[in-house]
Design a protein around this ligand. Sequence first.
Ligand code: ADP
Ligand code: ZN
Length: 717
Amino acid sequence: MTADVLLPLALPGPYSYEVPSGMELAEGDYVVVPLGPRQMLGVVWAIPGGDGGGVKLRPVIGCIDTPPMPVAHRRFIDWIAAYYLEPPGNVLRLALRAPGALGEAPERIAYRPSGQLLAKMTPQRKRVMEAASEGPHFTRAELADLAGVGASVVKGLISEGALEPVALPADAPFRAPQVMAGRVALSPGQEKAAASLRAMLSERGFHVALIDGVTGSGKTEVYFEAMAAALAAGRQVLLLLPEIALTASFLARVEERFAAAPAEWHSGMRPRERERVWRAVASGEAKIVVGARSALFLPWKALGLIVVDEEHDPAYKQGDGVAYHTRDTAVVYGSLNDFPVVLASATPSLESLYNVERGRYRAIHLPDRHGRAELPAVSLIDMRAAEVTPGRWLSEKLAGEVSATLERDEQALLFLNRRGYAPLTLCRACGHRMACPNCSAWLVEHRFRNILQCHHCGHSEPVPVVCPACGAKDKLAPVGPGVERLAEEARARWPEARLAVLSSDLVHGKALATLIHDLAHHAYDLLIGTQLVAKGHHFPHLTLAGIVDADLALETADPRAGERTWQLLAQVAGRAGRGDKPGRALIQTHLPDHPLMAALAKGDRDGFFAQEMAIRRQAGLPPYGRLAALIISGRDGNETERFARLIARRAPQARDIRVLGPAPAPLSLVRGRHRWRFLIKAPREADVQAFLREWLHGIDPKGSLRLAVDVDPYSFL
Ligand code: ADP
Ligand code: ZN
């Protein structure tokens, strides 16, 4: 007997192995196989039958005693590989993120005081013994952590017999959620929405619903009802969020609603916790998982519902590695497993709205904010006419509104989607601009850390005192604002205000979760932030949202720029007035006559989206057409260009598919690699994958050359 085993490597397909006699293998089994001199974990993809054609194959080393990977999960991996033109092993790797979780959970050893007296007591030892005598039993690492001492201190106490070992249950269990606990009384509108979701769940089978409700309308409370229905039917539920920083507040909210802490899944978790969640998802014990995109690849035992919150968020598109879109693949997963998927957003993607229009998704509307809260009134500030002091970025109008808000003891938000202090550093003597040595990009000043940094490759250097080009001293000047510079202006204007800056390079992990929590509890008066603030936060004391430069996101080559800008600005504006007091949004723009700005001021989303849809339809852009990108890169500029032109000559003829390019990428150099791009445009019904496969067949980049395929691209840089 032979087995085709898929390995988590960039290989074209599974490898064949001999099944030694006496070993029983089935499709989906996790196995260990030899690969060259190594042993490797893989999954049995097929048992083809026959003897392998008489070829001598290497035998499977062992089969792991754990539930096999379900067939739907394997088909899902195959689907992603085929759709995104990715080697299936690369996709499998996403599903093997916790290899330590396979098999039995290792027993954990904890330590408790033995009662034996110590010859020598130090303050450090004393802290460890105090920690050990508190509450449950802690492991060695936990004790060191709690007492703030090195591992050797704890070790010493163990070897001297002052601490004795106790075996702990392998994994801490997940409590079962209670479907009715923490349920709020829904408003009539919410109840209607919840009822239609419940009906969808009771129909069973694959359906997609889009909860299209304004910010603060209670979308979360409504999809909690769908989750409750799935849980009541004995199924598992996955709640996907676009941003790890959001998970902490959502975990708390889910726990409050279902009286049980859900499992959490994202890239920032420790291996042990990862393994615990992986096992509990595989066994079916973990009923609710709140996670970032990779949670789709957990070994679900009985998944019955996926909720994709903030479904429009571009963070759902994986940027590197397998370039899958989480929302789209979640829908595919639902269809392969025959269960419903719920998407939620106040600013849905045109893709999802189009699917509603075509009758593929059902729309559930929540047009009003919950309770007394009203949508913020939006007004534009024409920056062409506004008085702004040079080196400052806030118009007197916006600054005045901030002052008034702070005087009323309410919270204000200033949004600027630019990290750092200044996006450009310029020599006023010779005009030299500080650029990255590895990328075609300016260096961004980060004054807090006193560096110039490249946002594409991470290169950083100290802020120079003399111009590297002309040698002039003290002539280098920052140009334009980033959040740090805006914070400087805010400190000067409102020295008394408690100021928080929310930017991914300044805070992350636990500190970020704490900051978000404190903001919700009014521990700060003024918040300055990048797009991190646009992601579904609930800050009930916030009543003013000021958008410092609304034009930024419009100035790109991205065909979704208009949609994206709308989503970003509407989400930021939507942070205001979510509590008892009404909110306002003020938008600084140089383009007050732009249709987008006019629509924002009127709150006319549907009008703006209809216009965007018409443009997309006419241009054959998504959702009416399909796009794919090829990115060619290499260390040598000429060689890269030659390779791009060679590929161009091999493009197959297809009447309905257009190939644009090759052209130097807008970011023509990244990390020392020269970049060229093709854009492939096709009608919806075209088989882009078949076209690409035919085109790229036999193209084999040599040396430093690389060819990357991006199906449904969201980045055009
Ligand atoms: P969305 O997800 O649409 O932005 P949320 O679900 O976060 O809105 O709701 C906004 C706020 O209103 C939250 O604090 C939420 O708990 C509260 N809320 C919404 N619906 C209800 C309800 N029916 N009863 C009590 N509070 C509600
Ligand atoms: Zn760089």
